[in-house]
Design a protein around this ligand. Structure first.
Ligand code: CU
Length: 123
């Protein structure tokens, strides 16, 4: 019995192809409120970040940092739209703010990123 060389080459190419397939694409941000780079004329009371797939809420986080660092995000939840949402408590003075997110995707992998915005009541 003979195995043709061309078949072996084809099988090899197929195995290499399978090995190169990504196991599962990592979770990616697709939008936020406030939007990245937003210039707001007052503080925000709720924040929201959307992703390309559903994050694992219990293992994900949203945090704010900015002038005074007293604004906190509480009650993290999802509205069922591949999002994380929370309400902001505490004062949010004028200045540059950063909302950092950590999201665990359905693949169990953690991704991080941040959105920046400014608050200026005199705008
Ligand atoms: Cu909500």
């Amino acid at each position: 019995m003979m195995v043709r060389l061309s078949h072996i080459v084809l099988l090899g190419a197929l195995l290499v192809g399978l090995a190169l397939l990504p196991a599962s694409a990592q979770i990616k941000i697709s939008g936020s409120t406030p939007e990245d780079g937003a210039e707001l004329d007052g503080p925000v009371r709720t924040v929201r970040v959307w992703f390309d797939k559903a994050p694992v809420v219990a293992e994900s986080t949203l945090e704010l940092s900015g002038p005074g660092n007293r604004a906190k995000i509480e009650g993290l939840h999802t509205m069922g739209e591949n999002d994380l949402m929370g309400r902001v408590t505490g004062p949010m003075p004028n200045g540059d703010w950063e909302m950092s997110w950590t999201a665990v995707g359905p693949d169990g992998k953690t991704q991080t990123g941040s959105v920046t915005f400014t608050v200026d009541r005199n705008r």
